[in-house]
Design a protein around this ligand. Structure first.
Ligand SMILES: Nc1ncnc2c1ncn2[C@@H]1O[C@H](COP(=O)(O)OP(=O)(O)OP(=O)(O)O)[C@@H](O)[C@H]1O
Ligand SMILES: [Mg+2]
Length: 254
């Protein structure tokens, strides 16, 4: 469903990608991990067609994003949901209006139908009762849930989640990852999740790709990454072995 071939990209002489190749099969969820600044957000933007490759190809459902323009790019984007890093809502709109926004913009559904869908989606993310609150009146975890509902309300076939848990306490972050899993089971989208919540996300994804030094440094199932002998992979996932971190409580992630 998503195929990235030998992608190169630099900004002002700083080479962020030096030949990224990666595939995500239909219905699969991939965790994308790596240090801050390694290019995770930039990679998602290439998948969404918001940035163009300098060299290499990004193919989504058989169509090359760089070549897809105009109507065909819009059609592809309509099938894609993006939860941006920061998960921003429109401050001037309440939760209901935020979630209804993409349906009003992109579809010809009746107001009644939009209302039903929005209320359903808010119920799915556990926000029933907060429809008419404004972003400033709800907690960070609720903002993420609302942003998730907004990204999912159009029933996307492809979902890109950019750090859906950043800025949340570990328990709420864990809940959001579990919620993404529940949404995946319901909607069967193909997804990429960027997160630092490694121990939780590894329990819900099929595969993991770790970016480092401009390439896919490691790629495999969560258990393959946990058992990797590579020191750079170990330094990153080593202490998050999927056991005990949450139960064990307070030790710092290195
Ligand atoms: N629009 C842009 N213009 C110039 N440089 C950019 C742009 N977007 C990203 N970069 C640079 O590309 C690199 C990768 O950025 P990116 O935001 O993808 O990192 P990241 O892996 O998502 O990090 P984090 O975990 O902190 O979100 C950084 O060095 C960043 O400064
Ligand atoms: Mg980022």
């Amino acid at each position: 469903m998503i195929k990235i071939e030998n992608l190169y990209r630099s900004f002002d002489g700083n080479e962020v990608f030096r030949g990224i190749s990666l595939e995500v099969m239909k219905g699969e969820v991939l965790a994308l991990i790596g240090r801050s600044g390694c290019g995770k957000s930039v990679l998602l933007k290439h998948v969404a067609g918001l940035m163009k490759p300098e060299k290499g190809r990004v193919v989504v459902d058989g169509r090359e994003m760089d070549v897809a323009r105009g109507r065909s790019l819009t059609a592809l984007r309509d099938r894609l949901g993006f939860l941006f890093q920061g998960g921003a809502l429109f401050d001037s709109m309440n939760v209901f209006e935020n979630v209804a926004f993409p349906l009003k913009e992109k579809t010809k559904l009746s107001d009644k139908r939009i209302q039903t869908k929005v209320l359903e989606e808010l119920d799915n993310v556990g926000l029933s009762g907060s429809e008419y609150k404004y972003p400033s009146q709800i907690s960070g975890g609720m903002v993420k849930r609302a942003a998730l509902a907004r990204a999912l309300v159009g029933d996307p076939e492809i979902m890109l989640f950019d750090e859906p848990t950043t800025g949340l306490d570990p328990v709420t972050g864990h809940d959001i990852i579990k919620l993404i899993d529940a949404c995946h089971r319901r909607l069967h989208f193909t997804g990429i999740v960027v997160t630092h919540e490694i121990s939780t996300v590894f329990t819900i994804v099929d595969r993991v790709a770790m970016l480092n030094e401009g390439v896919v440094w490691a790629d495999g199932t969560p258990s393959e990454l946990f058992s990797s002998k590579d020191p750079i992979v170990r330094a990153f996932v080593g202490d998050s072995d999927g056991r005990g971190k949450r139960e064990g409580g307070m030790h710092e992630k290195v």
